[in-house]
Design a protein around this ligand. Structure first.
Ligand code: VG1
Ligand code: CO
Length: 550
């Protein structure tokens, strides 16, 4: 065994997006593609160590969502890590660790950081996507400063250092080694489950199942399965079969683990049956997203965050109340109303969990959420699918109310924020950029303009000044805000691997309980028309409607 130095040449386009570097599997399988990126990351980490020692003597956490190429990539990364001075790697058995579990392991074991192999909600399999992201010692996604430094390094990297040691046995628990570096293969669930036990009243939840509470969790053949099975069926006594599609498969069994009513149609169909379970939920590829569903009733993620905030004190981990809350800019303002009533701060950040890290670390917020089926709290530094499911189950247990009645009661008390996201997928990159450029150019003329009964009160390109470190993130999405509080937001996805995806977010507030039961798309139809009028969506994309509207 020895360390080999291999010459390499840079690949263009290795700039991480909203959540890490995501590309087609075929791109990642090119010789040296993964190696170049990982070497660049390790070089930057070695240069950045606070004590000047970089990775020397440090522990890294490693695992992924089990998608195609995960097992190969794990072995490659171990060989590079051992050549870069890392002392120890904590590797999830089988190369498996969900995103929130990586965050939990980093924090509980005080690791230097962690590498997550996942393209999250993107499809998997040989023709699907692969991805890699880095989480820092707080357990959260690398900041933009770090990812930009890694990207800069990928443009100049000229050699890769790697051990030529044989592959390790990643399915066997215990300590092995790659050169001087120890690799401890750990149970992927244990640390995460310990965190859940600290937050929730497991006796209450056990009692619910014992009394016949029924639930269907669709893990969509992704990494959430083992966690949900161990905790719900194993520890809490849910009947076997409560968790379906529970085994992580390399191609997610052909499912698209991006939980929304369109992709999780099987769950939605089950929840619409006369004998539907009390509670339904689904998670995404890396188990950081959640969709919660009542009997024939889907909860929008924005409402979910608002309700969790309103009822947080019912959950033991939050019984003392919340320090504050944060939502991404396109997420509906439903939570803002709750925060106002509770008298706590409410922050508005750009899209992507990395923007919540500083607020959580500084003790400014306890709960965070995004419209894209992501909710989380200060227990880790990632959004967390199963945590959200346990939270919603706890709310039902503590109040004795159904999902639907909790949400309806909330609307009656706070009003309803009608909300939808329209995705225009597979748009030509030039066309998408032209649409956004046209919007940016039109911004100065928009305030004051009238559309039907509404006036534009604010039109801007959202910029965020981080209240903790002062860093500024510009061009985070075009916002049109109207005098009645309605909002129309445009941004381009930063997680796709093919063409561009335009995301259009529509929201309006309805205080009148008699008008709170209109079908969502109908309630927001006039805003969709307005959005097309302002941005020329059909003209630029050639599409007469979104490919997905949830
Ligand atoms: C999307 C979502 C965003 C989320 C990100 C990562 O990003 O909109 O809210 O944080 O995915 O989620 P974008 O740039 O495509 O809109 V995950 O679960 O895919 O890591
Ligand atoms: Co995800």
């Amino acid at each position: 065994m020895s360390i080999q130095t291999l010459p390499t040449t840079p690949f263009t386009g290795q700039r991480p997006g909203t959540s890490g570097l995501r590309k087609k599997v075929t791109v990642f399988m090119q010789p040296m593609y993964l190696e170049n990126f990982v070497q660049s990351l390790l070089d930057v980490l070695n240069a950045s160590g606070a004590d000047g020692h970089g990775l020397r003597g440090q522990t890294l956490v490693l695992g992924g969502d089990g998608r195609y190429h995960n097992r190969v990539a794990v072995q490659t990364i171990l060989k590079l890590a051992s050549a870069s001075g890392v002392q120890r790697v904590l590797l999830g058995r089988g190369g498996i660790l969900s995103t929130p579990a990586v965050s939990a392991v980093i924090r509980r074991r005080q690791a230097f950081g962690g590498i997550v192999l996942s393209a999250s909600h993107n499809p998997g399999g040989p023709d699907g996507d692969f991805g890699i992201k880095y989480n820092a010692s707080n357990g959260g996604p690398a900041t933009e400063t770090l990812t930009e430094a890694v990207y800069a390094r990928t443009l100049t990297v000229s050699q890769v250092c790697a051990s030529d040691a044989p592959d390790i046995a990643i399915d066997t628990l215990g300590v092995q080694s790659v050169e001087q570096m120890e690799v401890e293969v750990i149970d992927p669930v244990a640390d995460y489950a310990a965190v859940m036990r600290e937050l929730f009243d497991f006796d209450l939840l056990r009692g619910m199942f014992a009394r016949g509470f029924s639930m269907r969790v669709d893990a969509m053949c992704a990494v959430g399965g083992p966690y949900a099975k161990a905790i719900l069926e194993g520890e809490l006594g849910a009947p076997a079969g409560t968790v379906v599609n529970a085994e992580p498969l390399e191609d997610f069994g052909g499912l698209h683990p991006d939980p929304n009513p369109v992709n999780a149609e099987d769950l939605i169909a089950h929840m619409a049956q006369p004998d539907a379970p009390d509670f339904g939920a689904a998670m995404d590829g890396d188990a950081d997203r959640n969709m919660v569903v009542g009997r024939n009733f889907v909860v929008t993620p924005s409402d979910s965050l608002a309700l969790m905030t309103a009822h947080a004190r019912l959950v033991p981990g939050y019984k003392d109340g919340l320090l504050g809350v944060a939502r991404s800019m396109p997420t509906s303002a439903a939570v803002d109303r709750v925060a106002k009533k509770l008298g706590i701060a409410c922050f508005e950040t750009p899209t992507g969990w990395k923007f919540f890290g500083n607020l959580l670390d500084a003790g400014r917020v306890t709960l965070c959420g995004e419209e894209s089926y992501g909710t989380g709290s200060s227990h880790v530094r990632e959004k967390d699918g199963l945590w959200a499911i346990l939270f919603w189950m706890s709310l039902q247990g503590a109040t004795g109310r159904s999902v639907e009645s909790l949400v309806r009661e909330h609307w009656a008390a706070y009003g309803r924020n009608y909300y939808t996201r329209h995705d225009y997928e597979g748009v030509a990159v030039d066309a998408a950029n032209a649409l956004m450029a046209g919007l940016r150019a039109a911004l100065p003329g928009l305030p004051g303009q009238q559309f039907g009964a509404r006036h534009v009160t604010l039109a801007d390109d959202f910029a965020y000044a981080d209240p903790v470190d002062g860093s500024i993130s510009k061009a985070q999405g075009i916002r049109l805000i109207f005098d009645d509080g309605a909002r129309v937001i445009f941004r381009l996805s930063g997680t796709g691997t093919e063409g561009a995806t335009l995301r259009l977010y529509l929201e309006r507030y309805e205080a009148n309980p008699a008008l709170q039961d209109v079908p969502v798309q109908q309630a927001l139809q006039d805003l969709a028309t307005l959005a097309d009028q302002v941005a020329g969506i059909a003209r630029h994309t050639g599409m007469d409607g979104p490919s997905v509207a949830t």
